[in-house]
Structures are given as structure tokens and as C-alpha cells.
Design a protein around this ligand. Structure first.
Ligand SMILES: [Zn+2]
Length: 332
């Protein structure tokens, strides 16, 4: 995906301002519209005690092997978690905790921030509702000189596939009453900061960035992953080479709950449509198109162009139509 936002605006690129009146090249600082973040909770907490406070049933032991595994439920679904593992599933979809649960004095303990940021958005919060007349910015990854990764199959660049996917999403969401803007509608290079600025200019309610993955030269990795910004205080799932500073907060951290809810919805719908392997909802700080967003924002990696089987599927327009329909279905 190469979204390391370290990638600064290309020097050769004309400022977006000159092409799109009213857009400020640098996104406005976090201010007015952004609520102050609640104080993070850093204590480890008994899952049983937390569940009682939330009026949920107690955690149920599912199995002791290979990992000691518990389920905790609400009327919205079931979260399954294992001692010593950051991986959890929510109604079958893989999510990631910041810290692995531990047994302390014979009881399951979770980090307070995981309860707040990883469990409550699903077990306790209502699912996100999207009405009509909403504005969404869809961001086809890469473009122009920035080709993204190359397909191991026909060597076509990622930028072509992301643009085609975005173009297929647009009419489907418009049918559902969304106002849809693409960060690019042709093969042009757009700096990551300008992709954020476009969402700001359009006053977008949601932002979704589209990518395909690569592990080249390793052809084995497969599957679908979504990414959102790591909440302050939690370690990321994926860091690449970006320093993962736990105490750093970004404008988009005001949307921690909606981010992970949106990512899970997209992940679930895309898995359902494609039967790709589930690489889960991941959290990262290195993704430049997400951090500065003042709206829920998610990045999707819809399979590996470095895997021959998935590259072949991605090259098929019918598969990309399925990806588009899944995104639209997730926002219904
Ligand atoms: Zn990419």
C-alpha cells in the first residue's frame, strides 16, 4: 500500500489550492469541531467486574486449549478472546486488542483502554447509523507517478485497480442517497495531505481509502484487512517503519469508536462478498490519509497483488464489482 505518510507532498506537484478553489493545502488544525478526548483509562480491570458494570453476563470459559478462551456477549453479539493473545473475534470477524488479556488471581483482566476502545464500541455502543444526504469521500490509492504495488500476474499497477473499484462504488452509493466524491477520477498523483484536504473541503462525513496489498517478493500472504487509526495509549497492530508513539493523539482520534465500527462493518461485508481470508480490523499510526481526518476514516487492503491467486481475482472486473457492492452494502 505504501501509505507511509511520511510520503510528503511531491515537490513537483502543483498545490491543490490552484486547482480546487477553497481548499487549503494544509488541513486546518484540530479545533472547534473536535471534542476534547476523555482521559484514557490505564488500569487493568477484571473483565467480570466490567461486564457487571455494563449489565452484561459474566465471561464464559469456552476452552482451555490451545489457548484459554472466553466469550462475552451482549444482545449485539459475541466477543471471543484468549489469554495471551491480542486477537479477538466479534461475531466471527477478527479484531485486534492493544494488549493481550491476562489472568490475575484466577480472573481475566483486560487493559482499561481495550475495554473502552475495543470492546465497548461493539458490545455496548449502538451500531453506526447512516442516513441519506450524507457526504462520503472515496480515495482510490496512489495515482500518476505513484503506481502503488504491481500485480504479480499481469504487472498492472495497484493505482488502476483502486480507481476502477472507486468508480464502481460511486453509483452504488449515489443510489443509496449518498453524495460521493473521489479524491481522483483519473491517473493523477495526489499527495496524502491533499487527500485529507479534499475530505475537509467536501465536508465529508466519512472517508474510505482503497488499496490492494503486497508482500513481494513473498507470494504466500493472502487475505483482506482494514485499518483505522490507533487510539491514544494503545500499541498499533501494524507499525511498518513509523514510530508508534502511544501518547500521540491526532485529530482523527476523536472518532475512535466510529472508526473501529466502520472498519468492522466494511471488513465483514467484504469478507462475505469475496470469501477472502480474514486478516482483521487493524490499527495503525503510519497511515497519513487517516490521521488528520476530522471524520470517521478507514483504509481497506482488498487482497494481495503479490499472491498469484488473489492477483488473478483482482484483475477480474467481476471481483472488483463485488468489492464495490460490499462497500455499498456496509454503508446501508
Ligand atoms: Zn496501496
Amino acid at each position: 500500500m505504501q501509505t507511509n505518510a511520511s510520503a510528503p507532498a511531491k515537490a513537483s506537484m502543483p498545490p491543490l489550492r490552484s486547482r480546487l478553489p477553497g481548499v487549503v493545502a494544509n488541513p486546518a488544525p484540530a479545533n472547534n469541531a473536535v471534542k476534547p478526548l476523555p482521559a484514557p483509562v490505564y488500569t487493568w480491570t477484571s473483565l467480570k467486574r466490567w461486564a457487571a458494570e455494563q449489565r452484561l453476563g459474566p465471561p464464559r470459559l469456552l476452552t482451555r486449549s490451545p489457548l484459554v478462551t472466553y466469550a462475552i456477549s451482549s444482545d449485539r453479539g459475541v466477543m471471543v478472546l484468549a489469554i495471551g493473545s491480542r486477537e479477538v473475534t466479534w461475531n466471527g470477524v477478527l479484531l485486534h486488542l492493544g494488549f493481550a488479556p491476562e489472568i490475575i488471581d484466577g480472573e481475566v483482566y483486560l487493559h482499561g483502554l481495550d475495554l473502552q476502545k475495543s470492546l465497548e464500541p461493539f458490545l455496548c455502543e449502538p451500531p453506526p447509523a447512516y442516513g441519506t444526504n450524507r457526504v462520503i469521500v472515496i480515495d482510490p490509492g496512489h495515482g500518476g507517478m505513484n503506481a502503488g504495488t504491481l500485480s504479480v500476474g499481469d504487472r498492472r499497477p495497484e493505482k488502476e485497480f483502486t480507481l476502477d473499484w472507486a468508480r464502481r462504488i460511486k453509483p452504488l452509493l449515489e443510489e443509496e442517497g449518498w453524495q460521493v466524491f473521489l479524491t481522483r477520477t483519473n491517473d493523477v498523483d495526489i499527495a496524502l495531505s491533499n487527500r485529507v484536504a479534499i475530505a475537509e473541503y467536501r465536508r465529508a462525513d466519512l472517508f474510505i481509502s482503497l488499496h490492494f496489498n503486497s508482500a513481494a517478493p513473498d507470494s504466500k500472504p493472502v487475505g483482506l484487512a482494514t485499518f483505522c487509526l490507533t487510539p491514544m495509549g494503545l500499541p498499533s497492530t501494524v507499525t511498518r517503519d513509523y514510530p508508534d508513539i502511544l501518547m500521540q493523539s491526532y485529530p482523527n482520534n476523536s472518532f475512535d469508536t466510529q472508526n473501529v465500527q466502520l472498519a468492522e462493518r466494511l471488513q465483514r461485508a467484504l469478507l462475505h462478498a469475496t470469501a477472502l481470508d480474514d486478516r482483521g480490523v487493524n490499527r495503525a499510526r503510519f497511515i497519513g490519509v487517516l490521521r488528520g481526518q476530522r471524520r470517521p476514516a478507514v483504509l481497506i487492503e482488498a487482497g494481495f497483488l503479490s499472491n498469484p491467486h488473489e492477483a488473478k481475482r483482482i484483475a477480474d472486473p467481476n471481483f472488483r464489482q463485488k468489492l464495490a457492492e460490499a462497500v455499498a452494502a456496509a454503508l446501508k
